[in-house]
Ligand binder design. Structure first.
Ligand code: UVW
Length: 331
């Protein structure tokens, strides 16, 4: 009897006296901001249909044309291949509760006199959003509204997105450019929440004697990747990167994608505490420009490879929000 009473008491503590599930502790009421946020999502009337047309799902991926490939291939002079991805494994830094668990299904012997042994693995992971990763347009929204005003509640199902899925993206073979902002600033790594400015981008581009062209895969080196796999707690706690102004400046150059060696491409947290990862919305929701995160840029930077053929094929996962990828630079 005593045991039953204790059990009832514990369950009452967990569920509340009404038997309802325990509520999260009430949050402190949001303080009235003293000034408006530094950026707000433009209304649908201003961003839809996208410049690629009503119903378009490819956004900046529309840059991929045969001529884009031919232009990129012209940049290959020696056949040198530089890998831009980190190895997938338990030692990766993870954003939030993301994980990557690999379980080996160890050797089993097949029937037959040749005694053929087989091995394989089971991977449990947010496979679209871990490691070096490519963001599709289903990944982010403004409230219920995605790129080109597709509505979350109309396209999201238990088995994937019926629109904007990563399988639609296709292969990227395009001109890649590296903008070495850390190098321009004379440091190995920008500060923990340094916001890359338009002047930084312009300065680095001028120093490197390159120019941006529509359809480029634009890759920004912050140096933050030096922490990847070495100090993962610091890597994901914050990061230097582009802010709203630099993102808008880059997107006005009409890129194929924006990539970086940090986890969200953009500065985090945003210097304006009222807004959360605004560059994710500016790129993915408002303009339909893809993001490429957690790039491994050390070799590209050391070799001062500022212009190259960029190649990448996202995994063709039906209805997924993104893809772990292994892009390469070839020159
Ligand atoms: C977020 O959703 C913040 O993740 P990522 O930076 O991986 O796009």
């Amino acid at each position: 009897m005593k045991r039953i009473t204790i059990a009832i008491a514990i369950s009452a503590m967990l569920c509340g006296t009404s038997g309802a599930p325990a509520q999260a502790p009430a949050q402190a009421p949001a303080q009235t901001p003293s000034q408006p946020p530094s950026w707000t999502v433009p209304p649908e009337s201003q961003r839809c249909p996208s410049k690629w047309g009503a119903g378009d799902e490819r956004g900046s991926g529309n840059h991929m044309k045969p001529q884009t490939v031919l232009n990129a291939v012209k940049l290959i002079k020696t056949g040198e291949v530089i890998e831009l991805s980190h190895v997938l494994g338990a030692g990766m830094p993870f954003f939030g509760t993301r994980r990557f668990d690999i379980h080996m299904k160890r050797t089993f012997m097949n029937a037959g006199t040749n005694e053929r042994g087989s091995n394989e693995e089971m991977v449990l992971s947010e496979i679209g959003q871990v490691g070096t990763q490519f963001d599709g347009f289903a990944h982010q929204s403004h409230r219920n509204s995605h790129y080109n005003c597709f509505k979350t509640d109309e396209i999201a199902t238990r088995s994937g997105f019926t629109k904007l899925g990563i399988q639609n993206v296709g292969a990227f073979i395009a001109r890649g450019v590296l903008i070495d902002v850390a190098g321009f600033k004379g440091v190995e790594m920008l500060g923990d929440n340094y916001e890359v400015t338009v002047a930084d981008l312009e300065g680095a581009i001028a120093k490197q004697n390159i120019s941006l062209q529509p359809g480029d895969a634009i890759i920004i080196h912050t140096g933050w990747g030096r922490l990847y796999g070495k100090d993962n707690a610091r890597f994901v706690k914050s990061c230097p990167g582009i802010g709203v102004k630099a993102a808008e400046w880059l997107i006005a150059r009409d890129p194929l994608l924006l990539g970086s060696d940090n986890w969200p491409v953009e500065v985090a947290p945003n210097p304006d505490p009222q807004i959360s990862l605004p560059v994710h919305q500016i790129a993915l929701v408002v303009n339909g420009v893809h993001l490429l995160e957690n790039l491994k840029l050390d070799e590209l930077v050391t070799k001062q490879a500022y212009e190259f053929a960029f190649m990448m094929q996202p995994l063709k996962i039906q209805g997924a929000t993104g893809s772990t990828v292994a892009p390469i630079a070839v020159r």
